[in-house]
Design a protein around this ligand. Structure first.
Ligand code: ATP
Ligand code: MG
Length: 138
């Protein structure tokens, strides 16, 4: 069934000039890009986005990283978009990511890992709403 998911091209990948290459991988994998924009977020805005990780030891470092430069939030659509994007991204730690995945090709470390993808329908709904207004998704 056609489904929407939320993704972010993270600051490390944008800084390295991988935005276009990652968007091409996403389209090649059959995703339709419903919405995309470039912006920088504050540490406080990053904390709101990653609130589920607030108790993790890497929370402060992660939110500093996510607010360290421009990012590209994306809304993507295809059948089984949520699991299929996770598969295309590869493991959180690029050292464990499968060959051909985005993180294997473009990520530098477990923290600076190039791309975010929603892990469930409820988180996708929250994350899309965090970055996009309804009129941007029409
Ligand atoms: P994302 O939610 O960004 O798609 P993920 O679901 O693969 O990634 P999570 O466990 O949700 O991984 O962690 C969120 C993000 O926090 C990771 O993508 C990574 O940037 C960072 N992170 C996760 N684990 C660590 C760690 N052990 N040390 C540093 N940063 C980490
Ligand atoms: Mg996650």
């Amino acid at each position: 069934m056609s489904e929407r998911t939320f993704s972010i091209i993270k600051p490390d990948a944008v800084r390295k000039g991988y935005t276009g290459a990652i968007l091409a991988e996403i389209e090649k994998a059959g995703f339709k890009i419903i919405a995309v924009k470039r912006l920088s977020i504050s540490k406080q805005q990053a904390e709101g986005f990653y609130h589920v990780h607030a108790a993790r030891p890497f929370f402060s470092s992660l939110t500093t990283f996510m607010s360290s430069g421009p990012i590209f939030p994306l809304v993507l659509e295809k059948d089984n978009a949520i699991p299929d994007l996770r598969k295309l991204m590869g493991a959180t730690n690029p050292a464990n990511a499968e060959e051909g995945t985005i993180r294997k090709q473009y990520a530098g470390s477990i923290e600076e890992n190039a791309i975010h993808g929603s892990d469930a329908a409820e988180t996708a709904a929250f994350e899309i709403g965090y970055f996009f207004a309804g009129y941007e998704l029409a």
